[in-house]
Ligand binder design. Structure first.
Ligand code: NAG
Ligand code: NAG
Ligand code: NAG
Ligand code: NAG
Ligand code: NAG
Ligand code: NAG
Length: 418
């Protein structure tokens, strides 16, 4: 691990762990998570009826009139990121990893043998208001006739899978379809809506993103190359980007300028924040020069914290997030897995943009959730961990999240802002 830089400790992800992340990035899909049942924010709307319909039942859209369409998110009125996780054993997730067919294996914790279930029953409670619960009918209504595209890494993929799983159960089988790949497309036909995911873990191009090269030391990032892939992001109604963890390996980032035609020579080794800034500026320039803000809404999901250092939350005998079953209760806890310097880079780049970009600021709320990672209920090299491997805390994945789980709350916040 490198020495801390700046005011906040910067623990970079060690090379070995980085390889683990890469392996976890296979192209099967993830998804699912628990839904918080919160009352609407200050606006006065009809209170939703209890949401105890079995997830496997098809709910005729006309019957599902319990949404509070009236709710409008007002950032002046409520900062969703300031609050706490409250245990509520009456919460019923909208889906499970056994019911939703779109969840990638590394996130299917229950299927993979996780038996403790408390992590499903925490709901995010902002201090100054309540967050409206995720209403799948309302979500589809808002997306009617539109394309929603998530672009980014595996954490973004889990946000996309969570979103799809939260809405897909109200759509009859014949009215939906899914095509998976580098560019995955979920279609809700009667709504003329697509909810898509585009794999671009650094937004700009790199030679490791398709796993032909798995050695992080050989990773080269084309910090100014985005045009080829970005053609697929034009004409979209709602774009949601993220990128963070792929910039956080232990070693310097090998940054290369210019086209692939120049081969892989001539790269420069840069500190991660500098390289991140270059990559994000390439992205920002593309957005500013291409996106028509009257037609397209642009969001950016902030970094998802990893929990690989149990000393951060005072568990000196622990190993990573292994065996953790409760969120951190200490207000404003901030661990070494969320790099404030990287956050400042994003903030600065976005501030200078012409096109308004709305942050889905998930970092603080997720920082508390050491209990909700995939941990040992995951796979390695395409195989589920054996019982023996599960007993070894070192195998815990404390970067990705179980579905249903924390990414559902990200989407709850996202939907409230949409
Ligand atoms: C707990 O969840 C149930 C079901 O969604 C809800 O009716 C109840 O109000 C929640 N309790 C609290 C304290 O928020
Ligand atoms: C909210 O609406 C209900 C029914 O429309 C009404 O009875 C109630 O007084 C309203 N509450 C507030 C705080 O406006
Ligand atoms: C479906 O949505 C697309 C935009 O995503 C639009 O161009 C098309 O006209 C819509 N079709 C119908 C039948 O509403
Ligand atoms: C969209 O992305 C694919 C790779 O997923 C690429 O082959 C194709 O050329 C792109 N399409 C456009 C129009 O840029
Ligand atoms: C992890 O938790 C399980 C179940 O509570 C317990 O049996 C096991 O000893 C714990 N392992 C470690 C290393 O603490
Ligand atoms: C996200 O929220 C954290 C605190 O909750 C704050 O420090 C950070 O600046 C915010 N990031 C952005 C990009 O707004």
């Amino acid at each position: 691990m490198k020495a801390p830089s700046g005011k906040f400790p910067t623990i970079k992800i060690c090379v070995l762990l980085f390889i683990v992340i890469l392996y976890a990035e296979s192209f099967n899909l993830l998804s699912s998570s628990s839904i918080s049942n919160l009352k609407p924010c200050p606006t006065n709307g009809t209170k939703p009826k209890s949401n105890d319909k079995k997830t496997q039942e098809m709910v005729p859209i006309a019957d599902a009139a319990w949404f509070n369409d009236e709710f409008v998110y007002d950032p002046e009125e409520c900062d969703f990121t300031n609050g706490k996780w409250v245990f509520n054993s009456s919460i019923k997730p909208l889906y499970s990893d056994k019911i939703c067919p779109y969840i990638s294996r590394p996130y299917s914790c229950v299927k993979n043998g996780r038996v403790d279930s408390d992590y499903h029953y925490w709901q995010w409670q902002p201090e100054d208001c309540t967050l409206p619960k995720f209403n799948p009918v309302l979500a589809l209504k808002k997306l009617q006739g539109k394309r929603l595209v998530f672009v980014g890494d595996s954490l973004q993929k889990s946000q996309w899978e969570s979103f799809v799983c939260m809405v897909e159960w109200i759509i009859p089988e014949k009215q939906k379809s899914m095509k998976r790949g580098t560019h995955s497309v979920f279609k809700a036909k009667e709504y003329n809506t697509t909810i898509e995911f585009y794999w671009a873990p650094m937004l700009v191009e790199s030679n490791t993103e398709f796993f032909t090269i798995r050695d992080p030391k050989k990773q080269i990032v084309r910090v100014d190359s985005i045009m080829d892939r970005a053609r697929n992001w034009t004409g979209v109604d709602i774009l949601v980007f993220n990128t963070y963890v792929w910039w956080m390996s232990d070693i310097k980032v090998k940054a290369l300028w210019g086209s692939f035609g120049n081969g892989e020579e001539g790269y420069e080794e840069l500190d991660n924040q500098i390289a991140y800034n270059l990559g994000l500026r390439t992205w920002a320039n593309w957005v500013d020069s291409t996106i028509d803000p009257t037609k397209t809404q642009v969001f950016f999901t902030t970094m998802s914290p990893s929990h690989t250092r149990s000393a951060d939350w005072g568990n000196k005998d622990g190993v990573k997030c292994f065996n953790e079953t409760k969120p951190i209760g200490k207000k404003n806890h901030w661990g070494s897995g969320s790099n404030k310097g990287m956050m400042r880079v994003v903030e600065k780049v976005v501030k200078r943009m012409k096109v308004a970009v709305t942050f889905i600021n998930i970092t603080q709320i997720s920082e508390y959730r050491i209990d909700a990672h995939s941990s040992v209920y995951t796979e390695s090299g395409g195989k589920l961990l054996s019982e023996e491997e599960k007993a070894n805390p070192r195998n815990a994945d404390c970067i990705h999240w179980c579905l249903p789980g924390v990414p559902d709350t990200w989407n709850q916040i996202f939907l409230a802002m949409l």
